[in-house]
Design a protein around this ligand. Sequence first.
Ligand code: AHR
Length: 500
Amino acid sequence: SSASLKVDKDFRIGEVDPRLYGSFIEHLGRAVYGGIYEPGHPAADGQGFRADVLELVKELRVPIVRYPGGNFVSGFNWEDSVGPAEGRKRRLDLAWRTIETNAFGLNEFMDWCRKAGTAPMMAVNLGTRGPHEARELVEYANHPGGTYLSDLRVGHGYRDPHGIKVWCLGNEMDGPWQMGGKTAAEYGRTALESAKMMKWVDPSIELVACGSSGTYMPTYPEWEATVLDHTYDHVEYISLHRYYENHKDDSATFLARSLDMDEFIKTIVGVCDYIKGKKRSKKNVFLSFDEWNVWYHSNETDKKLTPWQIAPPQLEDVYNHQDALVVGCMLISMLKRADRVKMACMAQLVNVIAPIMTENGGRAWRQTIYYPYLHASVFGRGTALVPLVQSPKYDCKEFTDVPYIEAVAVHNEADGEVTVFAVNRHLSEPLQLEIDLRSFNKSALIEHLAMTSDDLYAANTADVPERVKPYRAVGTVAGGAPGSFAAKLPKASWNVLRFK
Ligand code: AHR
């Protein structure tokens, strides 16, 4: 059977903010220690940063990295993480029941960001701490000098301010698992007071208020309405978090889960605009999808972990082929709302539910989910175009009318390229996709990258790191009309079709 995709260069969704391809490093498991930072590793540079990991991060062109959590940030004293190494305090991290040595901290992270060619997205602790400590951190990081805190930074060897532009006002404050969790009204007030003071220190910063931890939260989406009622005039973004799982081993349902993401985004855009109307505001609040991924493989192992270890393996999901398809669908969902989703962070970047895996002292490799993320980040910059998709559909346990084909197109005006991203959710059949690029009538195919596998459970490991990876697919042919093409999308596949 066949499906079709029509796009027109004048039917624009919006500019793709490059920060849509952000990621996340939390002080959790081996993300920092044994991940990005491992003094003594053969590939470690003078600061202990793993050069092999840096190379993979640079290949992904990650524009922004959220730090230092996550749940971790809600118990974090940023002061513990700066200054001479000998003075760094060891602390219990109650979020992940581990010991944090603070050997790697704020300034090391800023150095790592520079080497990785990325920007920081810094979260403040609004769990066990509040507005005062938040504004002190902004002063330490961003104030040029001449005050106790800014001179402290200078004394720590960082004469120039870090200029951290994007700040998250806490993390998942609606969650009972969160240290210092709050009601929407309590959080709304704290977030507002923090926002005011942080911007008084540095008016150039942008702020992200915490939305719900997921659509399953009992307070969703009233939480967002209450929080925005307090903070609307003082923040630029509201956060969304969502992880998908396949515990019931039902691939048809699993692959359809991005339909939930579509609804989630639609609802939060609606809540933002409702508060905008209520306040008679002229400003839009945008969405920061600052935690998204597939997460479930490691859940059982993590429950058995012995507490109070330093950087134990935690949340080390080994991703398979179908996980990569869900990640591809999630990227397409966000691109379809590029008008409102301006930032997003794949959670996370290294070892912890991550596209990049490492061995302590050993190898680093790319998981399956690395590839859709790589392709979207490299080829998905420009203007997102409205995708008119016609596709056969299926029903499954949790969704009805699921299109087999999920697709979107991005026009990169600078390079004169149009890239179509498409997932074929059909588990047993290839689908023909008729692509009509109407207004790009001179276009020709540059390449069709595809990723498929006969085994939905195939994964990449240290020993077989390239079991699942993209290849150049053949068989896309020009159609009768100018700018029309017919592509064969393999069963259960991720596809990138680049046209010039
Ligand atoms: O990314 C892992 C965890 O998931 C984060 O710490 C938390 O914010 C979310 O629940």
